[in-house]
Design a protein around this ligand. Structure first.
Ligand SMILES: [Zn+2]
Length: 106
């Protein structure tokens, strides 16, 4: 299962590398240590780290909404191991549209 990235047009190569490394985190290793190492390696503050990450949208290319086919957008790396355990997934838009009749992964 691989992560696909979409970057803002003003993101430079260093920031892209940073995002790639951020998403290479594998749970259950130490998430805080992972963040600290990124800040150290790229010489950025935690605030700048998250500012950078906000310019990057990460998707899992093999997980799509069961109803509309939308890609699964990741918020935090821990989402990856979570969503792998789900049999299927519906996006927020479809859940809202269905008035709650569709339910996130069972
Ligand atoms: Zn959907």
């Amino acid at each position: 299962m691989s992560v696909k990235f979409f970057f803002d047009s003003n993101v430079d190569d260093a920031a892209k590398l940073l995002c790639h490394e951020y998403w290479s985190y594998v749970s259950p290793s130490n998430y805080i240590r992972h963040l600290n190492k990124l800040c150290y390696d790229y010489d950025v503050s935690p605030k700048d780290l998250f500012t950078n990450l906000a310019k990057c949208q990460a998707y899992l290319d093999e997980i799509h909404c069961e109803y509309c086919g939308l890609g699964y957008r990741l918020d935090v790396p821990a989402d990856i191991s979570y969503i792998k355990k789900q049999e299927f997934w519906f996006c927020d838009g479809c859940i809202n549209f269905s008035g709650g009749q569709l339910i996130v992964g069972r």
